[in-house]
Write a protein that binds this ligand. Structure first.
Ligand code: SAH
Length: 239
């Protein structure tokens, strides 16, 4: 079973949205499990302090390495990757998600305040992961994003589309446009080719639309897509 353990000072936020819909049903079926651990339980002082003022001064508070270190040691005695949700981290991609979903699960530390003491990141080998170039008030929503993206790729969670092979980013392309009934809505018709029943033509149209939209909206992905296609076309090097 794929196991997610989240370290947080707000365990009540979980499972939150992860308890509904696809992810919720999948955990009810025993395909994955979630444990939210309260970092505060590992504080030793009377006030259960988890943060302190930054060394060197400045605004805000920093999460204490001793408390966080104990919390991590208590839950992460296995081979799951230990992640720290962090705006400084490596940006999360579908490729990374696929990788993580293929393993045994994750341990995710959620920062709060100004972040966590640098020494606990090094000392516990935390891999920093960002969900985008913006700053959240805490790592909890970021952890939910990461877990949601992983869970839907666990075998048996999604129905027919089990592999996600056709989805946005699978081949450096964003997805083609989707339509459903009614055939005519407010004067807008579903493209004729999709009603033709010709699967070859439908596939070709979808591929062309995915390419067009990627070229128009995501020059970064488009460049990667083109580079990969060129590599695939090149004949193998002669000996
Ligand atoms: N002072 C920090 C921001 C702290 S935000 C800085 O400037 O980098 C508080 C916590 O929210 C972080 O410790 C992290 O756990 C979480 N967080 C904020 N933005 C995030 C993002 N884009 N991705 C992942 N986690 C994020």
């Amino acid at each position: 079973m794929w196991r997610a353990t989240v370290l947080t000072i707000f365990p009540d936020m979980f499972p939150g949205p992860l308890g509904a819909s696809l992810a919720g049903k999948a955990s009810a079926k025993g395909l994955w499990s979630l444990a939210a651990v309260d970092i505060r339980d590992f504080a030793t002082d009377r006030h259960r302090m988890v943060d302190d003022t930054p060394a060197g001064g400045g605004p805000g508070m920093v999460m204490k390495p001793d408390v966080l270190g104990r919390a991590i040691d208590a839950v992460a005695a296995d081979d799951r990757p230990r992640l720290l949700m962090s705006p400084r981290g490596e940006p999360l991609t579908q490729a990374r998600v696929r990788d993580l979903a293929g393993g045994h699960g994750i341990v995710a530390v959620c920062g709060r305040f100004e972040g966590v003491d640098e020494r606990v990141i090094a000392g516990r080998g935390l891999a920093e992961v960002s969900i985008g170039d913006y700053v959240l008030s805490g790592g909890e929503i970021a952890a939910m994003v990461l877990i949601d993206a992983c869970v839907r790729l666990i075998p048996g969670v999604m129905g027919k589309e089990a592999s996600g092979a056709d989805e946005s980013f699978a081949a450096n392309l964003i997805e083609y446009p989707q339509f459903t009934r009614p055939q005519l809505w407010e004067g807008r018709a579903i493209p004729e080719v999709l009603m033709s029943g010709d699967h070859g033509k439908v596939d070709a149209w979808r591929r062309a639309e995915a390419e067009r939209m990627t070229r128009e909206r995501r020059p970064d992905l488009w460049a990667a897509y083109r580079a990969r296609k060129d590599r695939a076309k090149k004949p193998p090097p002669k000996r």
